[in-house]
Structure formats: C-alpha cells, structure tokens
Design a protein around this ligand. Structure first.
Ligand code: FAD
Length: 431
C-alpha cells in the first residue's frame, strides 16, 4: 500500500462515510479504512437516523436505503416501579415524504452507505486497523495499519474512528475521556412479528415509534432507556454515564434485564426473541469536551470529536454533517494547495457556527447539572407518578385536598426553596 491518496478516512461509520462520499464525489482520491469485516459489522446505535443531514449528502436516499420504519410518533415515558407518566407527539406527516427520521439497523445501513461512497470512487478497505498516524515534521502525512507493509500516505487524514478515538488521543488532541464524558449503553435487537409490533405500538405497517424512557429504567441515574420499532424487530436498550454506573454500582446487563422485566415494559416485548446483544460507549461530554479538531494534515469528526447531543439523542446526524463539512474544507484546501492547520481550520469554525456547535453550546451545562443533582431523576420522576396517582384515584377526597397533598409531597423532601431552585437550575441548563 505505497500509493498516495488525497484523503484517508479512518472508520466507515456515518461520519467517515459522509466525508469519503463527499470527497470522492468531488473528484478526490479517497481511501476509506474500516476495521470491521464490513462497515456496520460492529457498529451500535439505538436506531434513529435523521433525514435532513443524510439527505444533504444523498438526496431522496429513502428511495433506496435499507431503512426500517419512518418514525411517526415520539413518546416519553417517566417510569416508577409500577407506573409511568407518559407524553408523546404523533404526526402522520412524519410518515410521508420527506419524512423526519427513520429507524435503522446499522449493520445494513452502514454497509449500503459505504457502498455508495465506493460508487463515487472511494476505495474501501475492510478488516484493517489503523494503529497510528504517521507524523513527519509535526504534520500528519499518512497512517500505519496492521497489514504487512501497511503504511499509506495522504494529504489529509480524517479521523472518524468513533468514541474511543485512540488515534486523536495518540496525537495529543484529547486525554482519556473521563467517566462523566461517556455513557455506557447496552441494547438488544429482538425479533417480533410485524403484526405484534403494529398492535402493541398502535401503528400501521409503515409507521414507526421511538420511545425514550426515564426514571426507574436507569435506577435514577443520569441516562435513558429506549424502545424503537423496526420492520419486524424492536431495539431495546438502556445506558447511563459511566460515572453514574460506577457511583450506583450498577451492571449494564442487569439494567437491561430489569428493564425487560419491568411491568410497564414487559407487555411490549413479550414473546420477542433476542437476535443480537450489543454494548457501546456514547460520547456525552458535550460542548466542553470537544477536543482539538484540526492539525496539520489531520481532522477529527463524528463521535471521535464528541459530537453528540445527548438531550435530543442526536449523534448520527452530527457525525454526517461533520463528515461533509470536513470534506468541503479539504476541497477548499486543495484549491489553496496546502493542508496546513490554518487552511483546514474553517472546518472547526464552520462546525461551531452550525447547528452542531450551537446545540452543544445550548446544552453545555445540562449533563453536569443533572448528574450533580440526582434529585431530578431519583426523586421527581417517582413524585410525578405519585402525583398522577393521587389526582386520578377517585376516593372521595376533595380535589383541593389532593392538590395540597401533591404540593406537600414535592416540598416535603427539599422544601419550597429547594424545589424553586431545582426548577430554576433545570430551566437554566436547557434554556
Ligand atoms: P461510529 O459509528 O462509531 O463509527 C466508527 C467506525 O470506525 C466504526 O465502523 C469502527 O469500526 C471504525 N474504526 C474505529 N477504530 C478504527 C481503526 N483504528 N481503524 C479502522 N477503523 C476503525 N445517534 C443517533 O443519531 N440516533 C440514535 O438513535 C442513537 N442511538 C444510539 C444508541 C446507542 C446504544 C449508541 C452507542 C449510540 C447511539 N447514537 C445515536 C449515537 C450514534 O451511534 C453515533 O453518534 C454515530 O454512530 C457516530 O458515528 P461515527 O461515524 O462518528 O462513529
């Protein structure tokens, strides 16, 4: 592999493939290196793929991509031990073109997407691990792979190697992520007949539902669980920050087992057969954890750059948008004839100016606030459930008395001032 490329992209996830696709489409000589047997073979995602950022790369991709169901309903469930408070939005317009988002199975989707990059002219090499960047005179000039004679050279190396991002770490772009900067998530894909999915989730054959679950699902730790409907399977998973998992001494597989047997969840998955069990980290450090993004001859995109909005469960779209932006910057640098940090830096500024930088900035304090003040998940979710129970149990108690009882239950533990502070703090964290 002594050939020189314009761009080497490490990792064929949504970020890497978006970058490879855009660069190859615009005439650059691109090498896309993937360690898995095929792109997607090892990739894990709850399963919601956003239409907008994918369409910016391949217009009307839904006409040929291997998608599961367009999501028409977003539900939120706040779980207690034997009850839940729910809220949702269902919009049939989301089930029609141009759609809002889709459930996907990454093994199928990533492979299809990488094949599209190959159609544009990118060279894809699977089952190859990039072990380090080759640096000469302070500039990244290529990568070392685990293949015999495996050094490859390029004007620019784009690191899209996901959350662990060993390559960016080796370059000194960031330190080891701290336990509160990553969430550990486990999930299962479970086979279920189409008819059961449609009946249990109250949808038609070509309609999907995404459910985000809080409270008892994570034993009150900062995190969420999810339930997404595919064509004839469902994805169920749960995750919390690694720090939350450590603090509460929780075992991820036990969390998932408890979720599956929770009386509110069990009826939805009864009879479903486990097809796949997956575990993965999600970068959730947010705005303040974004590492150095650009160096001489090198750029970092997607999860490797901590580009995940955990509050809105957006990661794949940020990965794609960052990959596209990186490729567009490389094209501009090519015109300038130099791939210095200065010439590649517009990727960083474009990223911070885009919805990615703005949304991560908006929620920069959210994760820390909710982690440092566990009462939001530990106390308020059970209180919400008890309040509903009190209000809607018909037992002859006058409603004013019920209202008073509910108010007292909220202030009993934390006092009026404590509750007011909690409300203000939560509002400040997400405003
Ligand atoms: P990845 O998808 O991780 O891809 C990295 C690629 O690099 C992989 O193919 C890997 O094999 C390869 N690689 C790594 N190291 C090397 C190396 N040294 N050499 C060669 N190849 C290498 N996002 C959403 O938008 N919606 C969701 O519903 C959602 N749910 C999620 C649920 C879970 C359980 C998890 C874990 C994540 C979820 N996310 C979700 C986040 C989303 O999956 C990521 O943000 C997205 O996959 C990031 O894409 P990426 O290309 O940066 O990284």
């Amino acid at each position: 592999m002594s050939e020189k490329f314009d761009v080497i992209v490490v990792g064929a996830g949504p970020a890497g493939t978006s970058c490879a696709y855009t660069a190859a489409k615009n005439g650059l000589k691109v090498l896309l290196i993937e360690r898995g047997e095929f792109p997607g073979a090892k990739n894990v995602m709850g399963g919601i793929l956003y239409r907008k950022q994918m369409e910016d790369i391949i217009p009307e991709f839904w006409k040929e991509a291997p998608l599961e169901r367009p999501v028409v309903e977003q539900r939120f469930w706040f779980l207690d031990k034997e009850s839940m408070v729910t809220t949702s939005y269902k919009g049939l317009e989301w089930g029609k073109e141009p759609f809002n988002n889709f459930t996907v199975l990454r093994a199928k989707f990533d492979k299809w997407f990488a094949d599209k990059a190959v159609e544009q002219g990118a060279l894809l090499i699977n089952e190859t691990v990039v072990t380090e960047c080759i640096v000469e005179d302070g500039k990244v000039v290529g990568v070392r792979t685990d293949r015999p004679d495996g050094d490859v050279y390029a004007d620019v190396v784009v690191l899209a190697d996901g959350v662990n991002s060993l390559l960016a770490k080796k370059l000194g772009f960031h330190k080891e992520w701290k336990p509160n900067e990553v969430a550990l998530t486990v999930m299962e894909v479970m086979k279920m007949p189409k008819g059961s999915i449609n009946e249990r989730f109250n949808v038609e054959e070509n309609q999907g539902v995404s459910v985000e679950i809080f409270g008892d699902a994570t034993k009150g730790a900062l995190g969420t669980a999810f339930l997404y409907t595919n064509k004839d399977s469902i994805n169920i998973g749960v995750g919390t920050t690694l720090s939350g998992m450590i603090k509460k001494k929780m075992k991820p597989h036990q969390l998932l087992e408890d979720l599956k047997t929770h009386p509110m969840i069990k009826p939805y998955i009864e009879g479903a057969e486990s097809l796949e069990y997956l575990a993965h980290l999600i970068p959730e450090g947010g705005y303040d954890s974004i590492p150095k993004l650009v160096g001489d001859g090198v750029m970092v995109i997607g999860d490797a750059a901590q580009l995940v909005n955990a509050i809105h469960r957006e990661g794949s779209n940020m990965a794609m948008a960052s990959g596209k932006m990186a490729a567009e910057t490389i094209l501009k640098a090519k015109d300038l004839g130099e791939f210095s940090e200065r010439n590649l830096d517009s990727y960083r500024t474009d990223l911070y100016d885009s919805f990615i930088g703005k949304d991560l900035k908006k929620y920069r304090d959210a994760a820390h606030t909710f982690e440092e003040h566990p009462q939001y998940f530990e106390q308020y979710v059970p209180l919400m459930n008890r309040a509903m129970n009190t209000m809607f149990t018909v037992d002859g108690t006058p409603k004013w008395d019920k209202q008073k009882k509910i108010m007292n239950s909220f202030t009993a533990g934390r006092g009026k001032l404590g509750v007011a502070k909690d409300l203000y703090r939560a509002w400040k964290a997400v405003k």
